[in-house]
Design a protein around this ligand. Sequence first.
Ligand code: B12
Ligand code: SF4
Ligand code: SF4
Length: 320
Amino acid sequence: MDSGNKQSLSELIKSEALRLGFYSCGISKADYLENDADKLRNWLDYSQYARMEYMANHFEKRTDPRKLMEGAKSVISVLLNYFPQASTNASETYKIARYAYGTDYHFVLKRKLKQLIAIIRKEAGDVNARAFTDSAPVLDRAWAVRGGLGWIGKNTCLITKEQGSYFFIGEIICDLELEYNNYLEPDHCGGCTRCLDSCPTGALKPNQLDANLCISYWTIENKSDEIPESFAGKFQDNIFGCDICQDVCPWNRLSEPHNEPEFSLSEGLQKMKKNDWEELNPDQYQKLFRNSPIKRAGYNGLNRNIMFVSARKKGKVENP
Ligand code: B12
Ligand code: SF4
Ligand code: SF4
């Protein structure tokens, strides 16, 4: 493909991504992520992945998309806004992280990315392309940085200067040569340390998160029946995920609400008071959380979190 064609196809991909509802789109060369590989290695060596064994697997594929997909030439990164219109009423109910208010983002992003792949194929013919969002050994944030979409904050999140960090990240890896971004967003954290100071469990050092100490890890990824007693009283009513290190970030004062109906807080969830969470039974759980990211914790995991935060105990049931 000549450079004029590469340029016009790359521009078309970016404009179609925005038309599909993505907030931004950037394209980079599918290459070895040298710096990120060192950082990931360091994170793994210090066992900061807790029990997320999947993070220790496929190191080579995770740091080089050409090892994940043969013939990969380009990575098309996208951001999708999930900052909600309204949040749950903090004083009356337990908190669930904003990313989990509506339909699981894996479904929503994958569907949009597949639509984008269809558009690319219509323009460029038989292209080998796969859509990803937290769904394979891919360093989503590193690719978004390479695509020029934001910088990595001290809280380890990808942040945009215009609207903060409440974005999902996805990408298409394809065997098509495209025009590559050559701009990297500089670090705009400066001397700020609000996220580090606000984390109630001390999980953050600048640009490094220790999952062993993170509420998000313990309430979403933890597969055991227990949460260590050393965290008692520290979860600040968070029963699924945690937004504290993003909420305090000054760049998130600029967040604008999304317009994706599938990410809205469902009526059922809006009505939940502390007492309703504490009494939640498996049938209600099934009805409330169909296609929700909260399914990842399972009924027992969610119940474990609620009981831990409310300091009550309830018997275990078979996961529905
Ligand atoms: C494992 C994981 C977790 C773990 C560990 C988080 C972590 N920071 O690693 C846990 C369960 C704790 C978690 C929590 C959350 N997660 Co999560 N998680 C992931 C996952 C699957 C892998 C992340 C990873 O590779 N970690 C390994 C470490 C080494 O990577 P890292 O800390 O990001 O470091 C990279 C860079 O920061 C850089 N780096 C490292 N050190 C340094 C130092 C300097 C100076 C610089 C500049 C850069 C730098 O190099 C590293 C390699 O690229 C990704 C999806 C994916 N496939 O990428 C989602 C992902 C990161 N999570 C996401 C979300 C939304 C969340 C939560 C907000 C959910 C919630 N509300 O509870 C929290 C946020 C907590 C936080 N502050 O990060 C989004 C983040 C979107 C964004 N704007 O950044 C992702 C990208 C999913 C997606 N596709 O949208 N998550
Ligand atoms: S998600 Fe919560 S617990 Fe985890 S690092 Fe951020 S503030 Fe700390
Ligand atoms: S709170 Fe401050 S230090 Fe932390 S990510 Fe935001 S700007 Fe950076």
